[in-house]
Each structure stands twice: as structure tokens, then as C-alpha cells.
Design a binder for this molecule. Structure first.
Ligand code: PGA
Length: 243
């Protein structure tokens, strides 16, 4: 079931998402969070940092597993998702960095890296709360549109649409890695609760297809219709096709 929380704008979305994450931490201080990168969650992370500094949220017992990482990038590469997480959240709150996990993009052995990551997430009992953005093409994590749903953590070839969307963060499009390691659909669906954040018109079609479209791997997010506890926090522009 997908519950929709309508918000005014990016700032409102960020506060609502941060509220949900913070409520999870209050209810279960040693919770497992599934975390996401991209432009969407930055505001929520900033809000959490602010609340942490005010003493309102305590990450000391929290552990986290990120959705994905570019294949071929080291964690100290500013374009890596490990770097992003450290810069936008981990370095500013009292989470134990040892308890934060991002797939190791620097390990060229895709099968071993992905199998190890999947086993770690499973051993942690899967996230209590998984935060997701959604791609313009309906991807979740880096599970791109395909003819089947993925299962566990695996290596993917990024689609041209994703490479183009992500090129805004690189000097030139040729610098965008063409592969990534990502949690699979089964891994994501194993989270006990999922919050999807979406803003802006570019997400409108994907958001519509996720909520109202057929459940199909050509829109990977549509599988979320089968999960029992999904909250979509989206602004008017992202919801503009959901009449
Ligand atoms: P974005 O990416 O937050 O940068 O729009 C979302 C996604 O690709 O999952």
C-alpha cells in the first residue's frame, strides 16, 4: 500500500522526510536505516543534522546501509556515494562511521562485492526504514527499467537516461561511471517500511506509474505497490499526473 503525503515544495518534503526518519530513530534507537543519495535527500539530511545539533535526534546506535555506489570509484572520490554520505550526513552527526555501509565501488570483483553486501544487509535484519528517491525513468536504487525485476545486490549497466541525469554532477558526461553496484528489488522490498521522496515535474510520470501503473519491471518503482508500508512524500509538481 502506498500512502501519499502531499507537500508544498522541496523544503516541506525535506522536513517531512526528516520527521519520518527521526521518528524511526526515536521509536527504535538502534534501528537499521536504508539510505539514499542524489539531490532529493540532501534537504532531509540537512534537517536531521540541524535537529541533531539541537539535541533532538541521536544517531549513536543507528546503523545504515546505502542503496548503491558507482563501480570503479573509491570512497574518497568526491563523486562517490560514500563521499556524498560522509559530507551530507555522517560527518555531522554522532553515527559511528563503522556502522555505516555503502557498497565498495573500488572492488572490481562485482560478484564478491555484491554477495558480501547482500549478506551484510540480511545479517542486519534488513532496514527498519528504507529511504528512496525515484529516477526520472522509474528506477529505485540503480535498478533500471528491464524485462525482469532484480533480486539481490548486483552490478548494473546504467541507462543513457540515468547517465545523462547524473551528468549534471560531473564536469563532463564521459566522466559518469557506466556501471554501479545496487541493492536489488528483493533487498529493497525486505525493508519493513519505505519512504519515497519525490519533487519536481521531471518525476511526475515515474511517480504516476509507481502508484497507478501496472506492476512491471519497465517501471521498477511499481513493485512498491506490493509492499505493505510505503509512504510517498511528494510535491504538487511530482504529483501533477496523479489526479
Ligand atoms: P535525484 O535522483 O534525487 O538526484 O533526482 C533520484 C534517483 O535517481 O533515485
Amino acid at each position: 500500500m502506498i500512502r501519499i503525503v502531499r507537500v508544498r515544495d522541496y523544503e516541506d518534503m525535506s522536513r517531512q522526510v526528516a520527521n519520518i526518519i527521526s521518528a524511526q530513530i526515536i521509536l527504535k534507537p538502534n534501528c537499521v536505516l536504508g539510505l539514499a543519495t542524489g539531490s532529493t535527500p540532501i534537504g532531509a539530511y540537512q534537517q536531521l543534522v540541524e535537529w541533531y545539533k539541537k539535541g533532538d535526534v541521536d544517531f549513536s546506535q543507528v546503523s545504515s546501509y546505502n542503496l548503491d555506489e558507482y563501480r570503479g570509484l573509491n570512497g574518497d572520490d568526491p563523486q562517490s556515494y560514500r563521499y556524498f554520505m560522509n559530507e551530507n550526513l555522517f560527518n555531522h552527526v554522532n553515527i559511528d562511521i563503522e556502522n555505516t555501509h555503502v557498497p565498495d565501488g573500488s572492488d572490481p570483483d562485482a560478484d564478491a562485492t555484491c554477495a558480501e553486501y547482500d549478506a551484510m544487509v540480511a545479517a542486519a535484519g534488513y532496514p527498519d526504514l528504507q529511504l528512496l528517491g525515484i529516477g526520472n525513468n522509474g528506477h529505485i536504487g540503480f535498478n533500471e527499467p528491464d524485462d525482469h525485476f532484480s533480486y539481490g545486490t548486483h552490478c548494473v549497466d546504467l541507462t543513457e537516461s540515468t547517465i545523462e541525469a547524473n551528468s549534471r554532477l560531473f564536469d563532463k558526461i564521459e566522466d559518469v561511471p557506466r556501471q554501479a553496484y545496487t541493492m536489488g528489488t528483493h533487498t529493497i522490498m525486505s525493508a519493513r517500511a519505505i519512504v519515497v521522496a519525490a519533487n519536481g515535474e521531471k518525476k511526475a510520470q515515474a511517480v504516476h506509474d509507481m502508484v497507478y501503473g501496472p506492476i512491471t519491471p519497465s517501471c521498477p518503482a511499481s513493485i512498491l505497490q506490493l509492499h505493505s508500508n510505503v509512504i510517498l512524500v511528494a510535491d504538487e509538481a511530482a504529483l501533477s499526473l496523479c489526479k
